[in-house]
Design a protein. Structure first.
Length: 256
């Protein structure tokens, strides 16, 4: 019994030692893997950084080369312009006066597969043109508003001179009338021609078809002849703004 107990204790000691050794080996292996991963990651990062730095230097050198070529080209274009009497290139040669002019005036079919060399310049010029158009439109609106204001002031002076002391008494009525007239003018400006259709088909007798072939209701919308459809007033269907709510100031049917 004592021998078995001793043997059991030795086995437990061996198991404990083996477990500690395995744990120590695992921790060493894990530390080695972590160090290896850090070294590999550092190597990859440094290699990427060197590639980026080399590419940056290459691009900067190419930009300097292009810059010197553009400057040299501009000087040669200026030398070409001095060959003319007025010291300027003619209109036909203006696109080749500089790289910017060439990029802005080149035809779209000559851009090639890569597009233009200065897309930012082209887009900036387009945006500037759009803004210039917006500014011109705004200036026209401001000028029109100023003209309307001047006309209104002149009208007020004329009305004050005509009404005299009654001007202040009639001022609210005049302002209300102006608002109504402006509203009607805006509605008339936004008005549109209505779609006209005959409401229902008409039938004609054989006598009408033989003796009065032109006296048909459809000709009301196609002809202004007095002989057209004298018998009965036709029923006409008006399509009002595709069924939406609208303002109608007057309805006038112009034949033809």
């Amino acid at each position: 019994a004592a021998v078995d107990r001793t043997r059991e204790c030795l086995l437990k000691c061996q198991a404990n030692v083996i477990a500690r050794q395995c744990r120590r080996s695992y921790l060493r292996f894990r530390l080695s893997v972590t160090i290896g991963q850090s070294a590999i990651r550092r190597f990859l990062v440094m290699r990427w950084f060197r590639k980026v730095k080399a590419s940056r230097l290459t691009l900067e050198n190419k930009l300097r080369t292009l810059q010197s070529m553009v400057i040299k080209y501009r000087d040669e274009a200026a030398s070409l312009a001095h060959l003319f009497a007025d010291g300027r290139l003619p209109k036909a040669l203006q696109p080749i006066s500089s790289l910017e002019h060439y990029e802005l005036n080149i035809a779209p079919d000559l851009l090639g597969e890569g597009g233009c060399a200065l897309p930012l310049l082209r887009s900036s010029v387009q945006r500037a043109n759009e803004l210039a158009s917006d500014v011109d439109a705004m200036e026209r609106r401001v000028a029109e508003a100023e003209r309307n204001e001047i006309a209104r002031q002149e009208e007020d002076r004329a009305l004050r001179a005509e009404l005299g002391i009654k001007y202040d008494e009639y001022a609210p009525m005049v302002e209300s009338l102006r608002k109504n007239l402006r509203r009607v003018a805006d509605q008339c400006e936004n008005s549109d021609a209505l779609k006209l259709e005959i409401q229902h088909p008409y039938t004609y007798s054989k006598w009408d078809q033989v003796h009065e072939p032109e006296n048909v209701v459809e000709n009301v919308l196609d002809s202004d002849d007095e002989r057209v459809y004298r018998t009965v007033a036709p029923e006409i269907d008006l399509t009002l703004c595709d069924g939406a709510i609208c303002f109608i100031s007057a309805i006038e049917i112009d034949s033809g």
